[in-house]
Design a protein around this ligand. Structure first.
Ligand SMILES: [Zn+2]
Length: 125
């Protein structure tokens, strides 16, 4: 693994391509490296034209940068920092939410709604 820091400059923008929504080329000031581990990096880019955000998974190597994946996102750069430092959700968290959800009777309301929807659908036949 290389210890080189991943720096984005105007030469590297070509590897990110253009905005998938409006085909506008990315501007340097709207592209930021969010995380880097070894030769893999996560890059966030905002389109200057349509404001669509895209996350890129990038591998660096001797031949330059290779984008392995790009996906549209509604996460901002700040969201990524916040969620990146959050602790992972555990099985205990999921069980606690389930118990709280059941105790709030929200699940009963949804079940009744679903049953009502099924009954009305079957009565139409
Ligand atoms: Zn765009």
């Amino acid at each position: 693994m290389s210890n080189r820091q991943l720096q984005i400059d105007s030469e590297h923008l070509q590897f990110l391509g253009k905005c998938a929504v409006c085909s506008t080329e990315y501007r340097l000031q709207q592209v930021k490296v969010i995380d880097k581990k070894g030769e893999a990096a996560l890059i966030h880019a905002d389109c200057s034209q349509c404001n669509t955000s895209t996350l890129f998974a990038v591998m660096t190597g001797e031949v330059g940068y290779v984008v392995t994946m790009g996906m549209l996102t509604d996460l901002t750069k700040e969201d990524l920092k916040r969620f990146g430092s959050a602790r992972p959700i555990t099985l205990e968290d999921v069980l606690d939410w389930h118990v709280q959800f059941e105790q709030s009777n929200a699940l009963q309301g949804l079940k009744a709604k679903a049953a009502g929807g099924r009954n009305s659908a079957s009565s139409e036949r």
